[in-house]
Design a protein around this ligand. Structure first.
Ligand SMILES: O=C(O)CCC(=O)C(=O)O
Length: 344
């Protein structure tokens, strides 16, 4: 049983040579033993960078640490297995540069410069649309074939058949429509899409972005036995000021007309969130105000990617079509991005 009481320092490393990893592990083991460290904004940021830098999904990692309470070497071996025994050494250097406050090594600086020089993906109209509406669609962010290959991987993981609707309801997907499916090579390939990365980099004003290893989801047509599971309109950010810019995104893996459970959001709400919050009567919980009337479903095709401003109320929608809606989530953000950890 690992010692629960000692919280490691960020610069302590193990076999993989990744800073902050031992600290992350020691905090999780301490929490499992009822010892909670006061969360600081810096520590929260480092935890997130660590997981995203190592391509580790948050939920899966928390579950593994909570259920198995591994020793630190066991945790490192688990991470290696997720990457077929090989971590990207440039990515380790990148993480260690951030954790130690050192500049990036030259090879990393060069690869970021290359990306800065790639032609723009979002044109002037796209950027104007983004300013106005707070979301944008990148058409053909990945090829239709690549989207289809990912969709098929999802079907295989679910052990369901695309054209046998009886199979779609045979077992729960996960939490509602959300599916814990992260490591398939097609999902990894989509996360490497240069078009998606370039679009995010235009919105953030830097190519130096960290990407999430996020879930997929499967939203089948509603039935009397399986009504819409959500998520209903919500925000994933704190509604407590101060507010800072943030993005979210998803990749459609099959053609998705508006009625087929499309992603939906309230366009333009990024421009009015703050005055809207101030206008609410004292004591009103903003998360309980019903904004459904203003929500718009965003139809798009397999391989199209939607980025939205995290100020927009957003959610999925009831699937009244004839085929499931299947997506992969993916976000990118720069090193200095911070969530307000005071939650409202
Ligand atoms: O799956 C969707 O359409 C909505 C996704 C969502 O609500 C989220 O990523 O927070």
């Amino acid at each position: 049983m690992p010692s629960p009481l000692v919280i490691s320092r960020t610069d302590e490393t193990g076999e993989l040579g990744v800073q902050h990893l031992k600290r992350y592990w020691s905090q999780a083991i301490a929490r499992r033993n009822g010892i909670f460290l006061e969360q600081t904004e810096r520590n929260w940021r480092f935890d997130n960078l660590l997981l995203n830098g190592l391509g580790l999904p948050l939920e899966e990692t928390i579950q593994y640490l909570g259920q198995h309470a591994p020793s630190f070497p066991e945790f490192e071996q688990w991470i290696l297995r997720k990457h077929n025994g090989q971590l990207d050494s440039l990515q380790i250097d990148r993480l260690n540069s951030v954790f130690s406050g050192q500049p990036y090594p030259p090879a990393l600086q060069e690869s970021l410069q290359k990306l800065e020089q790639e032609p723009d993906v979002l044109n002037a109209d796209d950027l104007a649309f983004w300013e106005e509406n707070g979301y944008v669609i990148i058409r053909g962010a990945v090829s239709r074939d690549q989207a289809r290959a990912t969709e098929l991987a999802v079907w295989e993981a679910l052990d369901m058949a695309p054209y046998e609707s009886a199979t779609w309801y045979q077992r729960p997907i996960g939490k509602g429509i959300m599916m814990e499916f992260y490591h398939h090579p097609t999902l990894q390939a989509n996360r490497q899409s240069k078009r998606i990365q370039k679009a995010f980099s235009q919105l953030w004003g830097t190519a130096d972005l960290w990407k999430t290893t996020d879930r997929t989801s499967f939203n089948p047509p509603e039935t009397p036995f399986l009504p819409f599971q959500g998520p209903h309109l919500h925000w994933d950010m704190s509604l407590e000021p101060p507010f800072s810019f943030g993005t979210q995104g998803l990749l459609y893996l099959c053609d998705t007309p508006a009625e087929q459970g499309a992603f939906c959001c309230v366009p333009g709400f990024h421009r009015t969130l703050e005055p809207w919050l101030r206008s609410l009567a004292p004591g009103t919980d903003p998360r309980r105000v019903n904004l459904d009337e203003q929500a718009v479903p965003i139809a798009a095709n397999a391989g199209d990617f939607v980025i939205w401003h995290h100020f927009l109320p957003h959610g999925s929608s009831p699937n009244r079509g004839t085929y499931p809606r299947i997506v992969q989530y993916l976000n990118m953000y720069p090193v200095e991005f911070k969530e307000n950890i005071a939650w409202r």
